[in-house]
Write a protein that binds this ligand. Structure first.
Ligand SMILES: [Zn+2]
Length: 112
């Protein structure tokens, strides 16, 4: 089925995705900066957890940047246009991944 994407719906979904990511980022950040008690027998585990949280926070920040970029492309009227080759991105791809900046073939060729 060919899906027609309504820019306003996309914008709403991107905005709520952004809000959700910001809440998650705040939680992860708060958990990460919680002071570690060096006398605690759990200090080593807490340090490991911090590294996991740091990785998670970095991923969330990347996603936030991608969603923000998608919102600016909506504003600029370039949403749905591949940032690399300039071809239209398959709406089915955008339907699944609203923040996609590249068409499928460009996105795949990045990993070749
Ligand atoms: Zn492309």
């Amino acid at each position: 089925m060919f899906m027609v994407l309504d820019p306003e719906t996309i914008r709403e979904q991107l905005a709520s995705r952004l809000a959700e990511l910001q809440v998650r980022a705040a939680h992860v950040h708060a958990a990460r900066i919680e002071p570690v008690n060096p006398d605690s027998s759990e200090a080593a585990t807490e340090k490991e957890d911090d590294e996991v949280l740091e990785g998670e926070e970095a991923l969330i920040m990347l996603e936030i940047a991608a969603v923000r970029a998608a919102i600016s492309r909506l504003d600029a009227g370039t949403y749905g246009v591949c940032a690399r080759c300039g071809q239209g991105i398959d709406p089915r791809r955008l339907g699944v991944q609203h923040e996609a900046a590249l068409c499928l073939s460009c996105a795949t060729s990045l990993y070749d």
